[in-house]
Design a protein around this ligand. Structure first.
Ligand code: BTN
Length: 323
């Protein structure tokens, strides 16, 4: 159990001595020390200075369902069935997969931290506490898995649209579903499925957005990454970013089964980071090389190879620039 009240006190960014924290909570200093340890274990960067106490440099904005709901459009509000924030969970996607989901509307699960955040191709997703956005949304598709073909690509477009409202520049998309900022990974999307692929089933759309990645967690990332910090170190409020994200995502989900990826294709292509670029596709047997030529109406990558045009479907493959 996370030490919520110590966290709330430290979220102001000021120094608080162990003695003051203990007094305010009516517990011993050892109990406070244990709570600080627990928070540190969950990735909260707490500075300790002898004679001054503890502080979270720059303070913390915790996720707040009321603040998020207040900033939702009418369309998003009508589509939303449930919105929950967890302090720590293994994975928000896993949490929704375990849950009993209603049949109508979107169920949204957010977390301050994930202990087993998962990315595509079995990779971990760095999920330190209260630094980034970890958001999963469950949505029921009546027509089975084919109804959500290309969905993860369309979600990439929605993420870009949401971030553009904060003036984030240099956004592009890398097939199948990475969002890049100045060519470095800013956000990842993992769509998983619950239920019968031929009948009604639930898509779980997991989105991770790096907002202000702490140094300790960034050391674990094995590829060029970006977050939402501007040159002066400032970044948008996570509650506002989540609200904008849902304002784009929920209407997308509501209409996707009737319009499909076709309606999103040209917007995806306009953001394509690798259009007309020599690339290699890994993970589907022998590596495949060719010239990336955008995507088709199902969201498959069109790859011009020496043997003709190949269509590469998403799943467990990855694209890299040909060196
Ligand atoms: C990728 O690019 O590899 C996909 C990353 C997806 C990360 C998000 S964070 C919220 C949700 N919960 C998870 O465990 N994964 C997704």
């Amino acid at each position: 159990m996370l030490a919520d009240s110590v966290l709330a006190l430290l979220s102001d960014g000021e120094f608080h001595s162990g003695q003051d924290l203990a007094k305010l909570q009516g517990v011993s200093r050892t109990a406070i020390w244990k709570q600080i340890e627990a928070l540190t274990e969950h990735g909260v960067d707490i500075e300790r200075v002898r004679g001054k106490g503890y502080r979270i440099e720059g303070g913390l904005e915790l996720l707040d369902t009321d603040a998020i709901r207040c900033a939702l459009t009418e369309a998003a509000t009508q589509t939303l069935s449930d919105l929950g924030v967890l302090r720590v969970v293994d994975s928000t996607n896993a949490e929704l997969k375990r849950g009993e989901l209603g049949c109508s509307g979107a169920t949204v699960c957010l977390a301050e931290a994930q202990t087993a955040g998962r990315g595509r191709r079995g990779r971990p997703w760095q999920s330190p506490f209260a630094s980034n956005i970890y958001c999963s949304t469950a949505w029921r598709f009546a027509g089975g898995a084919t109804a959500f073909e290309g969905l993860s690509l369309a979600v990439g477009v929605a993420v870009c649209r949401a971030l553009e409202t904060f003036g984030v520049e240099g956004l592009s998309l890398k097939w199948p579903n990475d969002v890049l900022r100045n060519g470095r990974k800013l956000s990842g999307i993992l769509v998983e499925m619950n239920g019968d692929i031929t009948g009604p089933c639930t898509a779980i759309v997991g989105i991770g957005i790096n907002v202000a990645m702490p140094k300790s967690a960034s050391a674990e990332i094995d590829q060029p990454w970006a977050d939402l910090r501007a040159g002066d170190g400032t970044y948008p409020s996570r509650n506002s970013v989540v609200a904008q994200l849902l304002n784009e995502l929920l209407p997308l989900l509501q209409h996707y089964e009737s319009v499909g990826f076709r309606a999103w294709r040209s917007d995806w292509q306009a953001l394509d980071a690798y259009a007309d670029t020599p690339v290699m596709i890994h993970g589907a047997g022998e590596p495949l090389s060719g010239l990336a030529q955008g995507v088709d109406e199902q969201g498959a990558l069109c790859l011009q190879t020496s043997g003709g045009m190949h269509r590469v479907h998403g799943g467990e493959v990855s694209l890299r620039p040909a060196s």
